[in-house]
Design a binder for this molecule. Structure first.
Ligand code: PGA
Length: 251
């Protein structure tokens, strides 16, 4: 059975003191067993500290990005090996902000995916169309090509470490959410793509998260859809109560 997962992407928010404060609020507020597996993705400088503070809790720590090389002359970059050495085993790859603002192409993402797999890391792989693609009804095509070009070259065994996150670019940070039906439609399509290529069992077991303006007041109806297995949360993950409300928005 696939898992429900809710991951908070803190993006470039929170300095050390703010990160510690948010983590202590999360620990204090998490009074009952969460209804999903919970991840948070702090900024790089706060990763080690966050990992240490969250040790022994049910909250896992993910990185927001990484380089594909193991080490070398890549000023400003961080490798899988470095992440693993501080206990971080999960990485978000292909976020639309990285694609759009930092020129991450499918080709580059392929290398990052391979590096994560080689290092036995779990991947939260993001994909999603822009507004112009949806307006011209190219969303299915775009989503399929993003998956085909950067992820679907992996072998079957890698799927135990892959989480998918559909994030329509037009819904990220905009306050505009895909309707539960729009999310379900793409999630079902993606599950079918995985099924065709890797078989039914893998498709049934992979968690597909929705991301894009998920808030406490809309999470439940989105997560209620059959093929939506949780969310990747930006803005609302910066508030412990909002985030935990979302975490517990499953039926
Ligand atoms: P948002 O961001 O929830 O602020 O729209 C989602 C994301 O970028 O993962």
């Amino acid at each position: 059975m696939r898992k429900n997962i809710v991951a908070g992407n803190w993006k470039m928010n929170n300095d050390l003191a703010e990160t510690q404060e948010l983590i202590s609020h999360l620990k204090l507020q998490m009074v009952k067993e969460p209804m999903a597996e919970v991840y948070v993705a702090p900024s790089y400088v706060n990763l080690y500290n966050s990992f240490q503070s969250l040790k022994g809790t049910l909250i896992k720590v993910a990185a927001q990005n990484m380089h594909y090389a193991e080490n070398g002359a890549f000023t400003g970059e961080v490798s899988a090996k470095m992440l693993k050495s501080i206990g971080v085993n999960t990485v978000i790859l292909g976020h639309s902000e990285r694609r759009a603002l930092f020129n991450e192409t499918d080709e580059l993402l392929t290398k990052k995916v391979d590096a994560a797999i080689e290092n036995d890391m779990e991947i939260i792989f993001c994909f999603g169309e822009e507004l112009k693609d949806r307006k011209t009804e190219k969303h299915f095509e775009i989503v399929e090509s993003q998956l085909e070009n950067a992820l679907f070259h992996v072998d079957k065994t890698s799927w135990q470490n892959i989480i998918l996150a559909y994030e329509p670019v037009w819904a990220i940070g905009t306050g505009e959410t895909a309707s539960p039906e729009q999310a379900q439609e793409i999630h079902q399509f993606v599950r079918e793509l995985v099924s065709k290529k890797f078989g039914k069992e893998i498709a049934q077991n992979v968690s597909i998260l929705y991301g894009g303006s998920v808030k406490p007041n809309n999470a439940a109806e989105i997560f209620a859809k059959e093929d939506v297995d949780g969310g990747l949360i930006g803005g609302a993950s910066l508030n412990a109560i909002d985030f935990l409300t979302i975490v517990n928005s499953f039926e």
